[in-house]
Design a protein. Structure first.
Length: 360
């Protein structure tokens, strides 16, 4: 079988705008040629025009590929998608954004086979194909191409039965909550952090974004105002034990009246001494979850234990206690209930296995 030919490299110098685009720092492109003045403003308008004529024309000519990157609000998602696009363009030989117009389905099939040869996880391959499909959907919407060549490309099957993140048992969760010392500021903070994660199913980035003001009374019940993925806001009632531990921590830390400040803060800073700043998500894993996990016998390297394990534990526990799955979806901030179902292990409980019915 003949190999899928790569696209011929352009004769002009490579334009890397698509592959290195960062919306936060990119200057408006100024393209060569005659510039056009923007449309006339209504008579009597006092609003000054901020863009120069060259900037106005340059922005009007921004390729739709760059618009797609700019519209991805989440920086983490944007970096992942950008890497996926770089991977594809390197494989196919694309050097200029306009060359996306001549990509075919055969190129994506060949790329998928290469990803499989590199033994990437099926979920990773699915994500990479999804990223490129999203880009080509946008190009279709902008009438830059006639169809999406990713459509019809078979993707690896997903594990729809159970998520890969391990959840803790009840005894392990209780041991973890009790692991931090109760007589130090760090211990009280860490107890409050673990309770916030285990009782509310937050992502670690969501935990680090919390401010003191995000503890809000709604209809007489204390809630957490959580900023989730895609800047979506959700309100989650605070569990009684978590509320008590957070209150105790704020009383000792002394920043309960700093409503605009971070809820959870460092207890020491050897580099700058600044404590009025949010926790780093990496430190939540290393200095809180991983450290206390090891103390209670949960080895992260062996068991795959991570911050997301606490989110999986909260979701699994809620579903096992008959929480409505639609409510759990809303509670976790999932866009699709199929994601929530990955935490539903009620049909796969070890204690229900026939193993424990065998009696010799």
């Amino acid at each position: 079988m003949s190999k899928t030919p790569k696209l011929s490299p352009p004769k002009t110098p490579s334009a890397q705008g698509l592959l290195s685009f960062e919306p936060e720092s990119a200057e408006p492109p100024v393209l060569p040629g005659r510039t056009l003045d923007p449309p006339a403003r209504p008579a009597g308008s006092l609003t000054p025009r901020v863009l120069t004529a060259a900037e106005f024309q340059g922005l009007a000519e921004v390729p739709p590929e760059l618009e797609w990157f700019a519209n991805i609000a989440n920086a983490k998602t944007r970096r992942a998608y950008q890497q996926d696009v770089k991977d594809f363009t390197a494989f196919v030989g694309i050097a200029r954004p306009e060359e996306f117009r001549i990509v075919t389905r055969a190129h994506f099939i060949a790329w998928r086979k290469d990803l499989e040869r590199r033994e990437l996880a099926p979920s990773t391959i699915r994500r990479k194909l999804s990223a490129l499909s999203s880009l080509f959907d946008h190009l279709c919407e902008q009438n830059a191409i006639t169809h999406n060549p990713v459509d019809g490309v078979k993707r690896p099957k997903a594990n729809n039965n159970e998520g890969l993140t391990p959840a803790l048992g009840d005894a392990q969760a209780r041991a973890l909550l009790d692991a931090p010392p109760a007589n130090t500021l760090k211990g009280q903070r860490d107890r409050a952090i673990l309770a916030t994660l285990l009782y509310h199913g937050l992502r670690r980035e969501e935990l680090c974004k919390l401010r003191v003001r995000d503890l809000q009374q709604r209809e007489g019940v204390l809630h957490l105002r959580i900023e989730g993925k895609g800047d979506k806001i959700r309100f989650v009632p605070v569990a009684a034990k978590a509320a008590r531990l957070i209150k105790e921590y704020l009383e000792v830390a002394g920043h309960g009246d700093d409503l605009q400040g971070p809820l959870f803060r460092p207890v020491k800073n050897n580099s700058t001494g600044t404590l009025n700043k949010p926790l780093n998500p990496a430190s939540v894993y290393q200095e809180v979850v991983r450290r206390y996990g090891q103390q209670v016998g949960i080895n992260a390297d062996v068991h795959g234990f991570c911050v997301h394990s606490l989110r999986a534990t909260a979701a699994t526990n809620a579903l096992e206690h008959n929480a409505d799955i639609a409510k759990v979806q809303e509670w976790l901030g999932h866009a699709n209930v199929s994601t929530t179902r990955l935490y539903d292990k009620r049909k796969h409980r070890p204690e229900d296995s026939p193993t424990f019915r065998v009696d010799y």
